[in-house]
Design a protein around this ligand. Structure first.
Ligand SMILES: NC(=O)C1=CN([C@@H]2O[C@H](COP(=O)(O)OP(=O)(O)OC[C@H]3O[C@@H](n4cnc5c(N)ncnc54)[C@H](O)[C@@H]3O)[C@@H](O)[C@H]2O)C=CC1
Ligand SMILES: O=C(O)[C@@H]1CCC=N1
Length: 279
């Protein structure tokens, strides 16, 4: 187990979908006791899968999971959050857990209003590589969150990757655009590279292996190297060589502007959801 775990408290995940299982899967990898992790979902089939794959405690009853836990991680879709919290409100009022939301586009104000009592709430923005303990999470705490609760929250997300606290809530939308949605940008790039590898005559498996191992190697170099990514790119780009032509084609095609537009679209969608979902 890593040094990140500083609590024997139980933790409930409301909505055992992709993001929740990425986090509790990572926590289990980090040595968190499975009997201290509760997961809920609406369908028995989902719970059965989660039970079989991860061995955590499961229930369809959100109230039961909350009653067992000092920390409650809200992992339902943003559009479900209001109904889930309003329904849980009496139990939350009684047990007063630390609430941690992973939802995009749901403000602290809305969460506070829907749960009906003044509770400590952290807004987090993790990403799915948390499953491999390679995640990164942006975090922002409401004024009611104590230093100890902040430290516990940090230890949960640190168990599954890197944690970064932001100074104001609006920056969570920026975190969404960079790292929350970010894995999908890289997956799309990998899809396109694999497809083109096949068009260039490689078989599917070879093209995929070359692409994925290149992505892994480049990411590892970027993280581990003592020079920045611009310099790493320069070292691949021999003057008059092949990379120079490929990079020129990407830049002439507007790659940088496209990335800017894509990330701006993510931020705008998060802000729009925040407005639409607020009461
Ligand atoms: N998927 C991602 O990469 C990321 C997702 N998020 C956030 O995580 C949240 C969940 O997203 P995903 O895991 O992708 O969705 P998902 O659809 O995989 O999971 C949602 C889960 O909630 C369950 N659920 C629905 N209603 C429920 C209820 N009343 N009580 C208990 N469980 C209920 C569903 O059965 C489902 O298992 C969203 O708010 C999203 O903004 C945040 C960061 C990254
Ligand atoms: O696409 C979404 O809305 C969620 C938030 C970040 C990643 N997935």
């Amino acid at each position: 187990m890593s040094q990140s775990r500083k609590t024997d408290q139980s933790i409930a995940f409301i909505g055992a979908g992709n993001m929740a299982s990425s986090i509790f899967g990572g926590l289990i990898e980090d040595g968190w006791p499975k009997d201290k992790i509760w997961a809920t979902a609406r369908s028995e089939a989902t719970l059965e899968n989660v039970k079989n794959q991860f061995g955590v405690q499961v229930t369809r009853d959100n109230h039961q999971a909350v009653r067992q836990s000092e920390m409650v991680v809200l992992c339902v879709k943003p559009q479900m959050m209001k109904a889930v919290l309003q329904e849980l409100a009496p139990t939350l009022k009684e047990t007063k857990p630390l609430l941690i939301s992973v939802a995009a586009g749901v403000s602290l104000d809305s969460l506070q209003t829907w749960c009906g009592s003044s509770l400590p709430i952290v807004r987090s923005m993790p990403n799915t590589p948390s499953l491999l303990r390679c995640g990164v999470s942006g975090l922002f705490a409401s004024a009611q969150v104590s230093a100890e609760q902040k430290a516990i929250t940090d230890s949960i997300f640190k168990a599954v990757g890197v944690t970064l606290w932001v100074d104001n809530e609006a920056l969570i939308d920026s975190v969404i655009a960079v790292s929350g949605s970010g894995p999908a940008y890289y997956f799309l790039f990998m899809e396109a590279m694999t497809e083109m590898g096949v068009k260039l005559g490689l078989d599917q498996q070879t093209a995929e292996q070359l692409t994925l191992q290149t992505a892994l190697g480049a990411a590892k170099m970027a993280v581990c190297s003592d020079v920045d990514v611009r310099e790493l790119r320069r070292r691949v780009t021999s003057p008059g060589g092949t990379t120079e032509q490929a990079i020129r084609a990407l830049q002439t095609g507007g790659l940088e502007q496209l990335v800017e537009q894509a990330m701006q679209a993510a931020v705008e969608r998060a802000a729009e959801m925040t407005r639409q979902l607020a009461d």
